[in-house]
Design a protein around this ligand. Structure first.
Ligand code: ATP
Ligand code: MG
Length: 246
């Protein structure tokens, strides 16, 4: 089954002389339960694809379908029950004056859950934080702990698809592996599908089944991670990326 279907996606910003074509004719499918990577140099359009899916990039054309339902330009609440995004920077994505309890509680309420208390407890356990963090504020947490809270918030609506935009690149190297392992475990436990952006080919090699290589807004190649591991890329640009990453 296909969880995410992207067909001939174009995303642009501005108009006239200021127009930037950030994504041009991108097409790929992500199967249910699959982890799919997006790699490519800075500015190649990786984040823009995630933003278009989640409704943060309003000007786009083409087709986006989640769980075989075509996405309209304005997304209903039900969409965010199914699709959630985790951003690169947990410092920017958490409100400084909202406690962990408030962040998770509000999200749960928004999605119509009633057993909020029990769910907050469970979410904190799911991301390996535990109850002692429940009433802390973001400034009382480390970068890795904040990202765990951001992941808990993303999990709160019980989504099927997580969009992960460089979820560990703002973190200290020592905690990056911890968060990646947590994400890998959560995918297993919750049967999640991932679309994950990373600069780091070794991260994608560890976390993903397949990946798309982007350059200047276009997908130049879609490959299996097995091919990444043996450095077998068809497109010269992918070969260049692989060689640069050794
Ligand atoms: N809001 C915006 N207005 C105008 N241009 C934008 C906007 N957001 C992104 N862009 C442009 O779109 C292109 C793709 O940006 P995007 O953020 O998707 O790249 P990226 O591949 O995620 O890069 P990075 O690896 O640095 O995060 C860039 O040229 C960028 O300058
Ligand atoms: Mg980006």
């Amino acid at each position: 089954m296909t969880m995410l279907h992207i067909d001939n996606l174009n995303v642009w910003f501005g108009s006239g002389r200021d127009r930037v074509d950030a994504v041009k004719g991108a097409s790929f499918d992500v199967g249910a339960g699959e982890s799919f990577g997006l790699v490519g140099e800075s500015g190649s359009g990786k984040s823009t694809i995630l933003r278009a899916i989640t409704g943060l990039a309003p000007t786009w054309s083409g087709r986006i379908a989640v769980d075989e339902r075509t996405i309209e330009k304005t997304r209903a609440r039900a969409f965010y029950k199914q699709v959630q995004m985790v951003f690169q920077d947990p410092y920017a994505s958490l409100h400084p004056r909202h406690s962990v309890d408030a962040v998770l509680g509000e999200t749960l309420q928004l999605h119509g859950f009633k057993d909020i208390d029990a769910r907050v407890v469970r979410l904190l356990d799911d991301v390996g934080l535990g109850q002692k963090f429940r009433f802390r504020y973001p400034h009382q947490l480390s970068g890795g702990q904040r990202q765990r809270v951001a992941i808990a918030r993303a999990l709160a609506p019980e989504p099927e698809l997580l969009l992960l935009d460089e979820p560990t690149s703002a973190l200290d190297v020592s905690v990056q592996a911890e968060i990646l392992n947590l994400l890998a475990d959560l995918r297993q436990e919750h049967g999640l599908t991932y679309l994950m952006v990373s600069h780091d080919l070794s991260v994608v090699g560890h976390m993903c089944d397949r990946l798309a290589v982007m350059k200047d807004g276009e997908i130049v190649e879609i490959m299996d991670v097995a091919d990444l591991r043996v450095m077998k890329a068809a497109h010269p640009y992918s070969q260049h990326l692989l060689q640069a990453s050794v």
